[in-house]
Design a binder for this molecule. Sequence first.
Ligand code: SF4
Length: 381
Amino acid sequence: MSSQEPIHHLYIHVPYCDGKCYYCAFYSEQGSDPAYGELPGVELELLQASGLKLELETLYFGGGTPVMLREEGLGRLIRELESRVPLSRVYEWSVEVTPQLMSVTLASALRGYGVNRISMGVQCFDDQVLAAMGRRHSVADTLAALGAIKSAGFENVGIDLIAGLPGVDEDGWRESLLRAVALDVTHISVYALMVDEGSVLADMVRRGVTLPNDEEQLCQLAVAEEILTAAGYGRYEISNYARPGYECRHNLAYWHGNDYVGLGPAAASRIGRQRRNNMASVAAYGAALGRGVLPPVEEETVTVDDDLTERFVFKLRLAEGCNIGEFLRKYPQAGHLAKRWGERLKRLRGSGVVMEGEDGGWRLTRRGCEVADTVCGEMYV
Ligand code: SF4
């Protein structure tokens, strides 16, 4: 993987969890192996040998559950990384955590390594619903974890919530949002529950478990916007709210169309027109790196038009929207596509899903956020 220009954004995937959430169809392995901490650094070294250049500004450890590696495995991972790429210019370093594994010791270790942003999977504030979704934490764990994170000195803390969980009505959802706001975190992500094939939830639904219908789910997303914006969180992306200045810079880089590199099994990379996905197998990943070769990967070079359209629609997800003129200044080769996008957006404006600001920027309306995939799909055809 070679890059003409240095890449500024690095994601590291840790594929371990302490169980399986029922709605999850992501690749993850049960248990943990601290020796995994050695591997992403080896992958990085091989990529650098094949021409990859990095000048890191954001770093994101996701999963899976990175803190399954505990202090020892994370320490190894970071040492292996630091020995191959400078981290001194990294201005945002996020680590995903889960409440039941957090402690003051672990939070302090993360802070000591230089991590400055925590993202915690909270999902809701109802112990029964959490247990019914296979989560391994309670509301008390969430509160204790947040206390540990804050006492370790973290100021930038985000939590994730899920709208449309079975057994959560509008009142219960309002209660969850108000409790989230009361935590005084800097960032709140709100995802709509998806029933992904291969998840336990998909089987539960086949066996008759009922979920909030589409209308109820959309209502919960609207309630989230109402409560979170009233509490001072700006909706800067379809699923993401932040206090001013606390938007996730790493994810913003993706949506702004910047290139990124992912290390670890199932990690994805975008470099120019190249899209790479490491195979979702820690065994295959470790075996390849043990032989001194890059892990198996699915690789594709997308067309110029698809590459530019992807970068355009990613920006459309943001509240700041996408200004076609500015996009063309950055990507002058997109001239032939801009006419098409402009025509499509004007047509979609008639359906109330996009609007054009006085600055010439196109944005999704609230209705557009609800059907964002369809709106974005329109830009491709
Ligand atoms: S949702 Fe996250 S914590 Fe739950 S099983 Fe999937 S990767 Fe692990």
